[in-house]
Structure formats: structure tokens, C-alpha cells
Design a protein around this ligand. Structure first.
Ligand SMILES: [Zn+2]
Length: 225
């Protein structure tokens, strides 16, 4: 209240009952006197500013800061609350897609023999390719990737890729890659063993539409070759 002004309720009896006034006094007891060392003092502006500054820098013990972590797959630094780290499965990867990529990359593959065969052929053609390439937009690890043509090649083993769930996942992956401007070729184990995958690959390298399904008649032709 500014100096010289008279409070509206000064000397007026019956505005607040004695009981309520006592309550007010009790509530503000610590501000009024004994507990507050600055009560009744006139502080200079500099000292007040000092006190304010101290309050600003104070860190309450209940306040928690996010923890900075490094993603195992992509190496990006991301933040998590400490309470999240107590739960299982948090704190290693920045996103779900990074988890998926890590899983695919580190699972034991049974179809390495097929992949070797395809790799051998790619080397023979003298193409610039990358094996086990992470493609983030497609949420996959491509068996082979040819950057010049944005071509993704998979060698699909019979054991895994005949399952319904895997086929569903493959289809969504193809769609995702297609949306992001990648061409996808899936080489089934049969084709690789028979050797007809070479024709399929060549067709793709020449920029023609890849054969998605080989008809029965054509299969026989290939066998004849
Ligand atoms: Zn990541």
C-alpha cells in the first residue's frame, strides 16, 4: 500500500470477525516475523536484485532434467526423461525405426548363401553396390543397394519369406520404398538357385520394368536356356 493512504477497513469493527483475523495472522506468521530475516527491513534496490537473481538460479530438488543419450543405430543425440530409463527398452535408440533396423541387422541370417551368390554376380557386372545398407525411409536394411539407380535388392529365403506375416511386412516395406522413390527387386530363393535371377537383375539395370512375377510359361523357357 502506498504511503499516506489509509486502509479502507482501518478502525472499522465487524468487517471481519476476530476469529478470521486471527486466522490471517496465523497464516502469515512466518512471513511477518520470526522466520523471515528480512521482515521489517528496508533493502536497497541492489540487494533486492541480488535476492531475485539467487531465486532465479535456484534448482529445486524436485525438478528433473532430460538425459542426453546417443542412438546406437544412427548416432544421433536424443533426450529422455530419467523416469523413462527405468522402463525396459528405453535409452538405446532414438526411434522405433532405429530399433527395427538394429534388429534386422543383428539377427542371424540363414540365407547368406543366396546373398553370396547375388553378390558374386553384382561384382561380375562391375556395379557400384552397398551390402547391408540401412534405408531409413523404408525402415529396412537392404541386402544390396545400388545408389546410382536407387535400386534395392533383396534375396528372400524360402523359410522366412513364405510366412504370412513376413509377406505382409515385405509388402508394406515395398510400398514405403516405392513412395520414397526407390525401386525394389525381390529375388526368391528358387530363382537364385536356378540362376534365373540374373535375367531379372539385368532387366532392372537396363531401366526396364522389373518382372514382379514370373509366369509359368516363361519359367520353362528360362529352364530351357
Ligand atoms: Zn536413431
Amino acid at each position: 500500500m502506498p504511503k499516506g493512504q489509509i486502509p479502507w477497513n482501518k478502525g472499522k469493527i465487524g468487517v471481519y470477525s476476530a476469529e478470521i483475523i486471527q486466522k490471517f495472522r496465523d497464516r502469515h506468521a512466518d512471513v511477518r516475523g520470526s522466520k523471515n530475516p528480512n521482515y521489517g527491513k528496508h533493502l536497497s534496490e541492489a540487494t533486492k536484485e541480488k535476492i531475485r537473481e539467487r531465486a532465479r538460479n535456484r534448482v529445486h530438488p524436485c525438478w528433473v532434467r532430460k538425459v542426453e543419450l546417443k542412438c546406437l543405430t544412427c548416432g544421433r543425440i536424443f533426450k529422455r526423461w530419467p523416469s523413462q530409463l527405468k522402463e525396459k527398452g528405453y535409452g538405446k535408440f532414438c526411434s522405433h525405426s532405429c530399433v527395427a533396423i538394429w534388429r534386422v541387422k543383428h539377427q542371424k541370417t540363414k540365407n547368406t548363401k543366396i546373398e553370396l551368390k547375388v553378390e558374386h554376380y553384382l561384382k561380375k557386372l562391375g556395379l557400384n553396390y552397398q551390402s547391408q545398407k540401412i534405408i531409413k525411409e523404408g525402415r529396412t536394411v537392404a541386402d544390396f543397394y545400388i545408389p546410382e539407380q536407387r535400386l534395392v535388392i533383396y534375396a528372400d529365403g524360402v523359410y522366412w519369406h513364405s510366412r504370412k506375416e513376413t509377406q505382409k511386412r515385405d509388402a508394406t516395406q515395398d510400398l514405403l520404398l516405392g513412395i520414397n522413390g526407390y525401386k525394389v527387386i525381390r529375388l526368391p530363393e528358387e530363382d537364385i538357385k536356378k540362376g534365373s535371377f540374373r535375367r531379372k537383375l539385368k532387366r532392372a539395370f537396363e531401366g526396364r520394368r522389373p518382372i514382379l512375377r514370373v509366369d509359368k510359361g516363361k519359367k520353362e523357357e528360362e529352364n530351357g536356356e
